[in-house]
Design a binder for this molecule. Structure first.
Ligand code: NDP
Length: 449
């Protein structure tokens, strides 16, 4: 690694020693953009990389709320406004007990690159809370969201920062957050949040966008290697928003999905997963994936016992990790390779550990990196913002066609960058390089800010 990159990496490690996920994300980018940095010696003089790895602003705040038993609970809220270089801060909100500053910063950092790849004018941010929505009543969720927004509202706006959903934040939570924002501001600023329900300003196809986009990207990646999804076996981790619509689109493209999971375990159905049933269990009843067996007793349920998800032990052509960060370990990657996996495309953010990614690439497995492969969600959020500004709606087909074109373009950028910089077929490096070039040019143009 060249001395400038080495220095930035060392300093970043020292400054953020207690933030392993953030350091993992930074390291992956810095180690792959070396060929670009080598060509631009001037970057060092303007501290371009030092500025790129430092968030513009981190906001943390107290979120007090009252549960149904009348007890006062205090959670911690976050918003990391990482970069406004190419547009208003944009990125989801995550409600999960594991949320901490490291996870918020890694997600915010990834978001800058992802948003740059979409070709749309959106900066990078991420936020959330260590609040656990599991097992909470609707009223508890509403009170928490109202308290969270009572602080967050002063930091966001449709031209400033536009949050959306992520783990634990779906249409229900966005509705409560939007209602409170509107009440405090006394104005209908539709574009301040995306992922809204369609009947009050949301976009058709936003719910489906990340999962569908993942499959458009996977289709393009396979096509570049003379393969198709037709007749392929697919396994998917998670059974939330991204996983469900990835499954739906995989079927439309002629593949067969045989496994899905949640944090407790996975289901394996050799007849093909009944996706309408998964939707009913997870989206309507907010239940657990093992309830699938009540209706399909021929399926198998494998409980998660250790660190590794059992879903990766099932033989598959294509693996789609769609749950959370670092869920696909080196050990799981080895099993997937032994079982002949052809491609791994990341629906979740940073789901493969660095060791797993390196191993998969070394073994010639096609890897669709999250920044590129799951960018369809945020791209469609930007399309939702445009519709809100125009006070107009596109049809489902119009939004899906735009999403498809964006995913085709993203794959093309990753492929071209990987070829131009001497690592053909390595779309992890390709995605980082394509996004980095655009961001670096914009940073240079905007001076030292
Ligand atoms: P959801 O909350 O809808 O679903 C999350 C799924 O992942 C659930 O099945 C959940 O299981 C599982 N999961 C969560 N945490 C863990 C864990 N620690 N171990 C194992 N399984 C876990 O979230 P989304 O589908 O929206 O998000 C999934 C991933 O996709 C995240 O990485 C997110 O950042 C990324 N993403 C989402 C986008 C979107 O538009 N929603 C856009 C781009 C990326 P359980 O129910 O047991 O918790």
């Amino acid at each position: 690694m060249n001395s400038y990159l080495e220095k930035v990496l060392r300093d970043t490690e020292q400054k953020n020693i207690h933030e392993p996920e953030f350091l993992q994300a930074v390291k992956e980018v810095l180690t792959t953009v070396e060929p670009v940095v080598d060509k631009h010696k001037e970057y060092e003089n303007i501290a371009l990389l030092e500025r790129m790895v430092e968030p513009e602003r981190i906001i943390t705040f107290r979120v007090p709320w009252v549960n149904d038993a009348g007890e006062v609970i205090v959670n911690r809220g976050y918003r990391v406004q990482f970069s406004s270089l190419i547009g208003p801060y944009k990125g989801g909100l995550r409600f999960h007990p594991s949320v901490n500053q490291s996870i918020m910063k890694f997600l915010g950092f990834e978001q800058i690159f992802k948003n740059a790849l979409t070709g749309l004018p959106i900066g990078g941010a991420k936020g959330g809370s260590d609040f656990d929505p599991k097992g909470k009543s609707d009223n508890e969720i509403m009170r928490f969201c109202q308290s969270f927004m009572t602080e967050l509202y002063r930091h966001i706006g449709q031209d400033v920062d536009v949050p959306a959903g992520d783990i634990g934040v779906g249409a229900r939570e966005i509705g409560y957050l939007f209602g409170q924002y509107k009440r405090i501001r006394n104005a209908y600023e539709g574009g301040v949040l995306t992922g809204k329900a369609v009947y009050y300003g949301g976009s058709l196809a936003r719910t489906e966008a990340t999962g569908y986009g993942l499959l458009f990207f996977t289709r393009e990646m396979l096509a570049a290697h003379n393969q198709t999804l037709q007749g392929k076996t697919v396994t998917i981790s998670g059974s939330g928003n991204v996983a469900i619509y990835a499954c739906e689109k995989a079927y439309t493209m002629g593949a067969k999905v045989v496994a899905m999971s949640d944090s407790n375990g996975c289901i394996y159905d050799e007849n093909g997963i009944d996706i309408e049933l998964v939707k009913e269990i997870k989206e309507v009843q907010r239940g657990r994936i093992k309830e699938y067996l009540n209706k399909h007793p021929q399926a198998k349920y494998i409980e998660k016992t250790g660190e590794d998800s059992p879903v990766w032990t099932i033989k598959t052509d294509i693996a789609l990790p769609c749950a959370t960060q670092n869920e696909l370990t080196l050990n799981s990657a080895k099993i997937l390779v032994e079982n002949g996996v052809l491609a791994v495309a990341e629906g979740a953010n940073m789901p493969c550990t660095q060791e797993a990614t390196d191993y998969l690439l070394e073994k010639g497995v096609l890897v669709g990196p999250a920044k590129a492969a799951n960018a369809g969600g945020v791209a469609t959020s930007a399309i939702e913002m445009s519709q809100n500004s125009m006070r107009y709606y596109y049809t489902f087909e119009e939004v899906e066609a735009k999403l498809e074109q964006i995913m085709v373009n993203i794959f093309k950028s990753c492929k071209e960058a990987s070829e131009q910089y001497g690592c053909p077929g390595n779309y992890v490096a390709g995605a980082n390089i394509a996004a980095f070039r655009k961001l670096a040019k914009s940073m240079k143009a905007q001076g030292i800010v």
